[in-house]
Design a protein around this ligand. Structure first.
Ligand code: ASP
Length: 437
């Protein structure tokens, strides 16, 4: 029989109506045996996600009045959900345990993870499945790195004897028994880990949109839906800002052929987007999607005869390494080098210090800093070995009078990255979209 792992996101857990839809979805297909859940998300605009409330509780844990005010919102949210669903679970017991735990915990991870923990406890009763704590099967090393091999064995051994289970997303356990979370949105990653461990036929990722769009619907009205996407294309698009799925979600699935199927809890009839390892033979479009990311700075370094100076690059990059800064792109000319760095890595004095260190290290003729840079990625296997894609992209930008500040194309030819002023980003995405779709 087919085996499916289903992960439901925060909006699917937001209230009783959403949870009842989830129940129908799971019950309508016997192969949906393993269910991973997020913490309840926003019910309406202006609402606060439970995970955000939990992070705030942790920050205020030493200020009783502020902590109590925040925790009472969480308490109310779960109590209401249990009452609305007419469940028998003793949610007060779990809430008391969590409240106490947050006051005592040393790291935000424990607090943040409790949204998923409480939700999975509730969903286990709703679905009539066993609750399995992620801390028992998802492990990190002492250095806090996800321990894929140990986890995979534990997931495979623990879940193979289960008819089905509900597992909280977003966290696992450190060797000392403390809780560690993945980065935000990490329940998608948990779903992939479980799918890998039980060797599911498909990993269904249930969210609140019909699938992966060719571009951001806030920028282009009603963009075309992507029916099939490769792991690689997904990674490029989500890294560059497409937010349907956590960018690391395919890592646990590398080496398998398990597809991810993005589905909409609120429109379960829609077949969604399939994300597969290999799209060879997929007919159709030259490009698969366009995504954009704001918030970059370019540091331009000029030095005559730079190209002849052996070790120049290494010296500059070692300065970045000392600041633990990861470089996004590094277009070079004969006597110029541009470092494209996320603004989030240049907070406080870092930018100033970095420039001084680079000056000291390589003695350039000039250093310029350009702020407000955005990057956009045009992604698709269809464009490799095809003449004309770049021409079409740049013609669209030129016609819209958008100045290109940087161009980068990897030799895999599945993406073209273009740097523009942040003020031009949305227009750039829109004109490129309309040139291709
Ligand atoms: N609840 C966590 C977050 O808001 C994890 C997740 O939903 O995937 O980031």
């Amino acid at each position: 029989m087919n085996l499916k792992v289903c992960k439901f996101g925060g909006t699917s857990m937001a209230d009783k109506d959403a949870v009842m839809k989830v129940k129908d979805i799971v019950n309508s297909d016997k192969s949906r045996r393993f269910v991973v859940v997020s913490a309840p998300g926003k019910r309406f605009s202006g609402d606060i996600k439970v995970t955000d409330l939990l992070y705030r509780c942790f920050e205020e844990r030493d200020i009783p009045a502020a902590f109590d005010a925040l925790f009472s919102k969480i308490r109310q949210r779960y109590t209401e959900l249990v009452e609305d669903l007419k469940l028998t679970i003793d949610i007060k017991k779990y809430l008391d345990e969590v409240e106490d735990g947050i006051k005592k915990c040393g790291r935000a991870d424990y607090a943040a993870s409790r949204g998923e923990y409480l939700t999975a406890r509730i969903m286990a009763e709703v679905l009539g499945l066993e609750f399995i704590d992620a801390s028992k099967i998802i492990k990190f090393t002492v250095k806090g790195v996800f321990d894929a091999d140990t986890t995979n064995d534990l997931v495979a051994n623990t879940l193979s004897i289960n008819k089905g289970a509900v597992i909280p997303g977003f966290y696992g356990e450190m060797p000392d028994g403390s809780i560690k979370t993945f980065t935000r949105g990490g329940s998608d990653f948990t779903g992939a880990i479980i799918a890998r461990g039980v060797m599911a036929d498909v990993y269904e990722n249930w969210t609140d949109v019909d699938g992966f769009m060719t571009t951001d619907p806030r920028i282009v009205h009603n963009p075309v839906l992507i029916d099939t996407l490769s792991y690689e294309e997904l990674r490029e698009l989500s890294y560059m800002g497409a937010s349907v799925l956590h960018p690391d979600s395919t890592f646990p699935l590398q080496g398998t052929h398990i597809p991810i199927n993005i589905r909409n809890t609120f429109n379960p009839e829609a077949q969604g987007t399939y994300i597969v390892k290999d799209v060879a033979g997929r007919s159709g479009r030259l490009i698969t999607g366009i995504a954009g990311r704001k918030g970059f700075t370019t540091i331009l370094i000029k030095k005559s005869m730079m190209n002849a100076e052996v070790g120049f690059c290494r010296k500059v990059l070692s300065v970045l390494e000392n600041y633990n800064i990861s470089l996004e792109h590094m277009p070079t000319g004969i006597d110029t080098m541009s470092l494209i760095i996320p603004d989030s890595d240049l907070v406080g004095n870092v930018e100033f210090e970095l420039i001084e260190k680079i000056r000291g290290r390589v003695n350039p003729d000039l250093i310029y800093v350009y702020k407000d840079i955005s990057l956009l990625a045009i992604v698709g296997h269809g464009m490799s070995h095809q003449a004309g894609t770049a021409a079409k992209v740049f013609m669209a930008l030129a016609t819209a009078d958008i100045n290109v500040k940087m161009i980068d194309q990897g030799s895999s030819e599945i993406n073209i990255i273009v740097g523009v002023s942040t003020a031009d980003l949305e227009k750039a995405i829109s004109v490129i979209y309309h040139a291709f779709f």
